[in-house]
Design a protein around this ligand. Structure first.
Ligand code: HEC
Length: 152
């Protein structure tokens, strides 16, 4: 009887934990939409910077946008909480199963974007162009192992 009660209590706890986990993903689709929107905006920022480089603009005009990228890069790990692997997401399960590697890719992106912002602030076009390529490489380095390949 005693064992039975404990067994029942354990089963209730387990069911509660499972429900809480499912609820985090299914009950909060906002985090998936939010991170996808952030990713698209970062793509738009990158496109704008490419235009500025090609036109030969003063790179100081890109300092604010570069700082925005760095801020977003630092926020990325928090945009992929446990349980947000369900629904309309292109994130691969590796985001959660290889967490340290995923966070290292986000940190590499943040470091590259911070250096990009420094180059912009200094008005150093050569350094800005080099760092822009480094940031773009950091996007691809993460997408390669953590995002489903584009369907189109
Ligand atoms: C640390 C990993 C990581 C880095 C770095 C990263 N991304 Fe992503 N990106 C992802 C993941 C994971 C997804 C899938 C998100 C989802 O669908 O839930 C994604 C999705 C996207 C999407 C598709 C969004 C949509 O659903 O329409 C775009 C566009 C994108 N990223 C652009 C970029 C650009 C540009 C950079 C660099 C400036 C970048 N990403 C850097 C991991 C990363």
């Amino acid at each position: 009887m005693r064992i039975g009660t404990w067994g029942l209590a354990a089963a209730v706890l387990l069911a509660g934990a499972a429900a809480a986990q499912a609820g985090q993903g299914a009950g909060d689709p906002g985090v998936v939409a939010g991170r996808q929107a952030g990713m698209r905006m970062s793509g738009a920022i990158m496109g704008g910077m490419k235009g500025a480089i090609d036109r030969g603009d003063d790179v100081k005009t890109q300092a604010f946008a570069a700082r925005a990228l760095a801020g977003w890069a630092k926020a990325i790990p928090g945009m992929f909480p446990a349980g947000s692997d369900k629904g309309a997401t292109e994130a691969l399960p590796a985001v959660w199963s290889k967490r340290a590697e995923f966070e290292a890719k986000a940190a590499a992106y943040a470091a590259a974007a911070t250096a990009l912002a420094d180059a912009a602030k200094a008005g150093d076009k050569a350094a800005f162009t080099t760092q822009f390529a480094a940031v773009r490489a950091s996007c691809a380095a993460c997408h390669d192992g953590f995002k489903k390949p584009d369907q189109h």
